[in-house]
Design a protein around this ligand. Structure first.
Ligand code: 3PG
Length: 406
């Protein structure tokens, strides 16, 4: 793929797809700005250009589905100059702002997922025909995909510009692919994936992939995905926990988990005990004692922590994705913290996903990981051998560029 070094960026208008998707509280404050900081390197290397940033925050229907204004404010702070928030994606206001930019200006367009077509996943040629691409492309000279973390989605902002504009990778994308490729090639065995968090569909897909293609020797499940798998294994995890799974639209994932457990029984590790939230207090319980009246499961239990961490410590390559519980509450961060500490002992450790990476920083252990990825779902897909549409589009663009040169 091409990088910033392959283009003459001076005076050019450059559209950069970044991933600024961050955990936010109900008041609209960004709780962890790791992704925002990560893109500063790209912006510094484009100081002689006019930079238009395109990004998303969360998904339609979620509580933190909101504008990009707080992201622009934080970026301005880290960049040391204004990143202007533009309250529009591809309408007249956005186009007028872009057309009047000067060298060194940086603007951040509105949450691209406010436009419904963004959520559709289609091929780059189909995405090239969408309104945002048709309307914005004439105002832009170069497209850079710096959003590794959303490159597993064939969405219009990720792949739609790659066939109509000279296209390359930004610095975040470049660093991710270089580090991860080194990890994949040098990945010594045994390899363990520890999958947690709340994106149950992503985690189960990855568990299935890595076990089917031999990318992992073991998969340990924590977080909401573990609750889904426990339900799939016939345990009554309690009405509140089942209701939560249903409210997130993941009821169908229980059947999916059943299939995975049947196929890879000995390779999937499930919690043997959990920590329940009893009026904000941590209460330990073996999963065999859960019943329909059980309280919310907020972490893996102590016995599971001991078992999982000893497995993780004996692995040579460890991939962590997603927290083991409600890690933003101190009492329920125990599982996540102990798993993080165990992973630092393995030879090659990769961590991904906003929430768990934030915990690594809180613990001051960032330097003990081989690579902290900005990616969540994208990272695990990439490591499990799935081709990322965003990365494939970059390769195709480079090929076209080389052929045009001949
Ligand atoms: C992520 O947080 O993993 C990326 O920003 C992609 O978000 P999505 O899973 O909502 O597409």
């Amino acid at each position: 793929f091409l990088t910033i070094d392959d283009f003459d960026t001076h005076g050019k208008t450059i559209l950069v797809r970044v991933d600024l998707n961050s955990p936010m509280d109900p008041q609209g404050n960004i709780l962890d700005d790791m992704r925002i900081r990560s893109h500063i390197a790209t912006l510094k290397d484009l100081e002689d250009a006019k930079v238009v940033l395109l990004a998303h925050q969360s998904r339609p229907g979620k509580k933190d589905f909101t504008t990009m204004k707080p992201h622009a404010n934080l970026m301005s702070k880290y960049l040391g100059k204004q990143v202007l928030y533009v309250d529009d994606i591809f309408g007249t206001y956005a186009k007028t702002r872009i057309a009047s930019m000067e060298n060194g200006d940086v603007i951040l367009l509105e949450n691209v997922r406010f436009y419904s077509e963004e959520s559709l996943e289609r091929s780059p040629s189909e995405q090239a025909k969408t309104y945002p691409v048709k309307k914005l492309a004439p105002f832009v000279d170069i497209f850079l995909n710096d959003a590794f973390a959303v490159s597993h989605r064939s969405q219009l902002s990720v792949v739609g510009f790659t066939e109509v504009l000279p296209t390359g990778a930004g610095r975040v994308m470049e660093k991710e692919l270089t580090s991860l490729n080194r990890g994949i090639k040098g990945g010594e065995r045994p390899t363990i994936f520890v999958l947690g968090g709340a994106k149950v569909d992503d985690s189960l897909r990855v568990a299935e992939n890595v076990l089917a293609n031999g990318g992992a020797d073991r998969v340990l499940l924590t977080g909401v995905v573990a609750n889904v798998a426990l339900a799939a294994s016939g345990i009554d995890i309690g009405k509140v926990n089942l209701d939560f799974i249903k409210s997130q639209g993941y009821e169908d994932q229980i059947e999916k988990a059943k299939g995975i457990l049947a196929k890879f029984k000995d390779k999937v590790g499930l919690p043997r005990d959990v920590a329940l939230n009893d009026n904000k207090k941590r209460v330990e319980l073996p999963v065999s004692e859960l019943n329909s009246d059980s309280l919310p499961i907020n972490d893996i239990g102590l016995e599971t922590i001991v078992n999982f961490t000893s497995e993780i410590e004996s692995a040579k390559t460890v991939v962590l994705n997603g927290p083991a519980g409600v890690s933003e509450v101190a009492d329920f961060a125990l599982g996540t913290h102990e798993i993080i500490k165990a992973a630092t002992k393995s030879e090659f450790s990769i961590i991904g996903g906003g929430h768990i990476s934030a915990e690594v920083e809180h613990l001051g252990l960032a330097h003990r990981f081989s690579h902290i990825s900005t990616g969540g779902g994208a990272l695990i897909d990439y490591l499990s051998g799935v081709k990322l549409p965003g990365v494939e589009a970059l390769k195709a663009a480079a090929k076209r560029y080389e052929e045009a040169k001949k």
